[in-house]
Write a protein that binds this ligand. Structure first.
Ligand code: ADP
Ligand code: MG
Length: 582
């Protein structure tokens, strides 16, 4: 997208409302489990204190057994709760990702064609697969650890104060400084993660494109150039990761340093207090253990912090897509036409891709139901754009297009497009068999309907020669077929779809003269009774059209039937005689 990505757009409140609140049950259970687990973890230091202060001096064997039982019980509880925690929260997090991915993909498919003109396929793949992945941490154990960590720290703090307020004060100062500094540091890391998403998308986008265009790369011996571009991309990715690694490891290391300094200081203060008789051995041991428990989550926080930072960055980028308006975002396309007759009218239609550069200017014509309208003109004159307007892939900037008298912009896309068929010059076939590709618009069609379409489009003339016939696999985008074969499959697909409105955009341009004459008759049958827009370079395809529009720089230069236009001796005559000569 050309739009500059905004950083940190998703607020905590929004994430809470859309991600956390709907999963409150699982998260609540997760939090209860983590509280139990953390409380159980605190048994060990307490038991150590009793061991030092009560069991050993009094040689109390019975108490010793109780202590051992308590410690073992606490450890078992910890093991069980941490297992259950992962089961509940991690599974829910994965569930969230798969739902979110499906949502993002569904949204992307509903975006207008213009969006796809301006966005790389690989970038969208990266949005769906990589960016969404980061969101996992909002629900997963990262969140639970954060909450559990804060809780443990607070409880330990209370226990530390209870043992020795003086020593607690000593350790608290550096910890507070660390907390403030690390919060600031995480604020700085979030844009780095966000940027990573952008770079990732660009690199994936370029990679997808270059792998798809490998024939052109090899054909022009451009491997070195592509390798360099990719290398630059992954280097940018590396530098980004390095930046965030440096920041997070600085935080972790300074926390470790802090813990060390605190411990050294505690040894001094504690040792002195024991000598003065102000502190027992057990208190000292419990204090150091609790201190460890209090600081460990703070150290861990850098990890969790970067996980959550990544989650927000991912959510930001996912939201960008989800906030891009879909085709009928205002819900104004409410007219349902279940049986389209097929009267299409353009009334003073204007359209521009880029502001100020009109590609279609003041086009008006009527295409009565069942008629064939041919669009001819030089390349770049606007024929495909007019056809895209008729298909409602694009909307007019000015003027209206009507179908059966209704403004096309108010007709439900579902009801319109389910009665529309499109065959394009470089028509898209999907990985799979020839049969799958023909059945694509109507997977439930009967075998005899399929066979009819196959025969009408002269597909069986070449599939008969294949060992697997219609079940032959055609490779990605149909690369294992010739252009003419691909086009005949696309025509069979349109015949099977049986649309009311048909758009053929240079559908026969890949056929050699022989196959063209072969399918000319079936194309004629396909067009029969349907409102058809046919764009063809070969004038032989359009001689029979009910009306021919000669398009020049986005305007209708001439309009009429073949004989009339020939008689005019104008633009059409020139195009026709020029082609007849070659
Ligand atoms: P034709 O089908 O007659 O060859 P098109 O309708 O494809 O012509 O294109 C008409 C003009 O619109 C051309 O100048 C072309 O460069 C421009 N154009 C086509 N598609 C786009 C697009 N997606 N974005 C911007 N300009 C476009
Ligand atoms: Mg075109």
């Amino acid at each position: 997208m050309a739009k500059k990505t905004q950083i940190g757009k998703v607020s905590l409140a929004k994430a809470f409302r859309t991600i956390i609140w709907p999963r409150r049950k699982q998260i609540l259970i997760g939090l209860v489990l983590i509280v139990i687990s953390r409380l159980a973890g605190l048994v060990l230091p307490g038991a150590s204190k009793f061991l030092m202060d009560d069991v050993i001096p009094n040689a109390d064997l019975e108490l010793l057994w109780w202590l051992i039982a308590a410690v073992v019980g606490a450890i078992v509880i910890q093991a069980v709760t941490s297992f259950a925690l992962t089961q509940i929260l991690s599974v829910e997090a994965q569930n969230l990702i798969s739902k979110l991915r499906a949502q993002v993909q569904a949204h992307i498919l509903k975006l207008p064609i213009r969006f796809f003109d301006n966005t790389k396929t690989g970038e969208l793949v990266s949005r769906i697969m990589t960016d969404v992945e980061g969101v996992r941490n909002l629900v997963g154990t990262g969140l639970a650890q954060l909450v559990g960590g804060v809780l443990t720290s607070i409880i330990c703090l209370v226990l530390l104060i209870a043992i020795s307020p003086l020593m607690t004060l000593y350790v608290l100062l550096p910890v507070a400084v660390f907390g403030v500094v690390s919060m600031k540091a995480f604020g700085r890391i979030r844009p780095i993660f966000k940027e990573r998403g952008v770079i990732n998308a660009q690199v994936t986008g370029r990679l997808t494109e270059s792998l798809g265009g490998v024939r052109v790369i090899k054909g022009f011996n451009a491997e070195a150039q592509e390798i360099k571009t990719f290398e630059d991309g992954v280097t940018r990715l590396f530098l980004n990761v390095k930046k965030s690694l440096t920041s997070t490891s600085l935080i972790t290391s300074s926390a470790t340093l802090l813990l060390g300094l605190a411990s050294a200081g505690i040894m001094g203060i504690g040792g002195y207090m024991i000598m003065e008789g102000e502190l027992t051995f057990g208190d000292f041991l419990a204090f150091t253990l609790y201190l460890g428990f209090m600081i460990a989550p703070i150290v861990q926080m850098s990890n969790i912090g970067s996980q959550l930072t990544e989650a927000f960055a991912g959510l930001d980028r996912t939201e960008e897509i989800m906030n891009t308006p879909i085709e009928d975002s205002e819900g104004t396309r409410n007219i349902q036409i279940n049986h389209i007759k097929g009267d299409i009218e353009f009334r003073d239609v204007h359209f521009s891709y880029d502001a100020g550069k009109e590609v279609v200017k003041s086009i008006s014509f009527t295409a009565p139901a069942g008629s064939v309208t041919a669009l001819v003109g030089t390349s770049g004159s606007g024929k495909t754009t007019i056809a895209s307007l008729a298909a409602s892939f694009l909307n007019p900037d000015k003027g209206v297009i009507t179908v059966d008298g209704h403004n096309l912009q108010e007709v439900s896309l579902d009801s319109y497009r389910s009665q529309l068929g499109v065959v394009l010059q470089d028509d898209f076939l999907f990985e799979g068999s020839i049969r799958d590709n023909i059945l694509f618009p109507r997977p439930d069609a009967t075998e005899s309907e399929l066979q009819d379409a196959v025969r009408a489009a002269h597909v069986q003339e070449f599939t008969d020669r294949f060992d697997d016939g219609l079940d032959t696999l055609i490779g990605e985008r149909g690369v294992k077929l010739s252009g003419g074969q691909r086009q005949r499959i696309a025509i069979a697909r349109a015949i099977l779809a049986n649309p009311r409105i048909l758009i053929l955009d240079e559908a026969t341009s890949n056929l050699d003269t022989e196959s063209e004459s072969l399918i000319q008759a079936s194309l004629k049958r396909l067009m029969q009774g349907r409102t058809t827009f046919v764009i063809a370079h070969r004038l032989s395809t359009i001689r029979q059209a009910d009306q021919i529009l000669v398009i020049e720089q986005g305007q209708i230069a001439e309009q009429g039937r073949h004989e009339e236009l020939i008689g005019l001796k104008g633009r059409y005559y020139q195009l026709y005689t020029y082609q007849a000569r070659i």
